[in-house]
Write a protein that binds this ligand. Structure first.
Ligand SMILES: [Zn+2]
Length: 479
């Protein structure tokens, strides 16, 4: 039987945070009362002329650089002509012939654990349309959104699964929202929108079957599901002898399936031509370099550096790369105790994030130095596991450094070896039945003895040491 593989490309639209709209001086604030931020330009009054926002250009260049794309020093603005009530000019200003950025890339980790670059074909600037709200027979239009700056990122069809597509989308989100801060990232308000082109082909073939477009999968939770559903649907059609139709489909989250929105008939002809009111966009190489210098360290580079410097595992790397504030906290702590990176990261990921919100981590009161002290005490075995958890709680409660707490508080002084040994002997003496069963082969009774000793020591004994002592003591009882 023929096996099939998926071929997926994503088109992601991002609304860019700027003081004004893309081509007029109206405020770039969609949330103002409806139709408050409008003028002759963004409502398409005849004769009104667009003027490009510098801030929009700077942010687009920054985004291109962050995606490893080539910035085109000359690009064009073009008219995409079509009629729709949300766009009274009857055309949208976009970049069709020469976009601001081309040929970028972003890495994803495939299901086999290896990293692979997903190629980005183009990054272009355009304007948003008005927002329409359908109310029964009427449609209301809000022009606050008309003319807001948008960037569209078009990938090559290099993605192979819903999971990879979700990773790629999440990375674009992280870069724009968390690293560059050029997009609000509110997906419910449509700040980020993702359309997926999905097709299948026999494994190893370069032929492409008809693709279907799954529109508006604006959620990390749904994107993988929607694409995987679509792949399965197409495979079922083709293996059943049918043909996939060219159509636009929507994800139905309730029924967990994609559904036909509209069939595509032929190619739309948008009659693109250069926007005569703007002319070409020319920028200088110096301008691009100036912006390059303002780029922060980006997710792929950060991931590699943290892996090399601290040996963090993938799960911890995901946390650090996905949450820059958590990462900054981690790096401050790790600078104080550089060989303890993994222990520090595991205390942040485990205990600290059980009580703190990773989305608002900048406000955490526990100083990074305290987590570093705690990690060092744990690594040097100066506190046992159970003591360390208690120490963490005391540290949070009092705001004191763990080094001071262990000195002042008798609960955290470790039991001397002799004292532990006496407890082990006592527990073994008091349980002759269990001893007999253990020596008869029920070795899982070791846990019982452990539990008894730990309880008696109130968690102060070192579990590893206790285990060894119990084994030794029990062996001594063999006749
Ligand atoms: Zn305006």
């Amino acid at each position: 039987m023929t096996r099939y593989e998926a071929v997926i490309g994503l088109e992601i639209h991002l609304q860019i945070k700027t003081a004004t709209k893309a081509f007029c001086r109206c405020a770039g604030d969609y949330n103002a009362p409806s139709n408050r931020n409008i003028c002759p330009v963004c409502t398409g009054a005849p004769g009104a002329l667009p003027v490009l926002s510098d801030e929009f250009v700077a942010r687009a260049v920054k985004f291109c650089l962050a995606l490893g794309a080539q910035v085109n020093l000359t690009s064009s603005f073009d008219r995409k002509n079509y009629f729709y009530p949300d766009m009274p000019k009857n055309y949208q200003i976009t970049q069709f012939f020469t976009p601001i950025g081309s040929e970028g890339h972003l890495a994803v980790t495939g299901s086999d654990g290896t990293e692979r670059d997903i190629r980005i074909e183009r990054i272009h600037m355009e304007e948003d349309t008005a927002k329409s709200a359908h109310m029964g027979e009427r449609t209301l239009l809000n022009f606050n959104r008309a003319g807001l700056p948008l960037i569209e990122v078009v990938s090559h069809p290099d993605l192979k699964s819903g999971e990879e597509a979700a990773q790629y989308f999440k990375k674009i989100y992280d870069i724009a929202v968390k690293y560059l801060d050029i997009c609000h990232g509110n997906m419910e308000e449509g700040n980020l929108r993702c359309d997926a082109n999905v097709s299948i082909r026999p494994v190893g073939s370069s032929e492409l079957f008809t693709k279907a477009e799954v529109k508006n999968v604006n959620s990390f939770a749904f994107i993988a599901k929607a694409i995987d559903y679509e792949i399965e649907r197409q495979i079922a059609i083709v293996t059943g002898g049918g043909e996939v139709e060219s159509e636009t489909r929507l994800w139905n989250a309730k029924l967990k399936r994609t559904e036909t929105m509209r069939k595509k008939s032929g190619r739309n002809d948008y009659r693109y031509f250069n926007e005569p009111d703007l002319g070409p966009l020319r920028i200088t190489a110096e301008f691009v370099e100036q912006i390059r210098r303002t780029l922060p360290e980006l997710p792929d580079a950060k991931r590699r550096r943290l892996r090399d410097a601290y040996g963090l595992n993938n799960e911890m790397l995901d946390l650090m790369v996905g949450y820059p504030a958590v990462c900054a906290y981690f790096e401050t702590a790790a600078a104080l105790y550089p060989t303890g990176g993994r222990t520090i990261a595991s205390w942040i990921a485990g205990e600290l994030l059980r009580v703190e919100d990773k989305e608002h981590f900048a406000a955490v009161k526990t100083p990074p130095a305290h987590i570093a002290s705690l990690a060092r005490l744990v690594d040097e075995k100066r506190v046992t596991g159970p003591q360390a958890k208690e120490l963490f709680a005391v540290m949070r409660e009092t705001g004191h450094d763990p080094n001071e707490i262990v000195v002042a508080d008798p609960r955290f002084q470790q039991m001397a070896g002799g004292e532990t040994a006496a407890m082990v002997t006592a527990v073994v003496d008091e349980n002759p039945d269990a001893v007999e069963k253990y020596l008869g082969g029920k070795e899982n009774l070791l846990g019982f003895f452990m539990g008894q000793v730990m309880k008696r020591s109130k968690g102060k004994a070192d579990p590893a040491e206790v285990t060894e002592m119990i084994k030794k003591e029990l062996t001594k009882r063999k006749k």
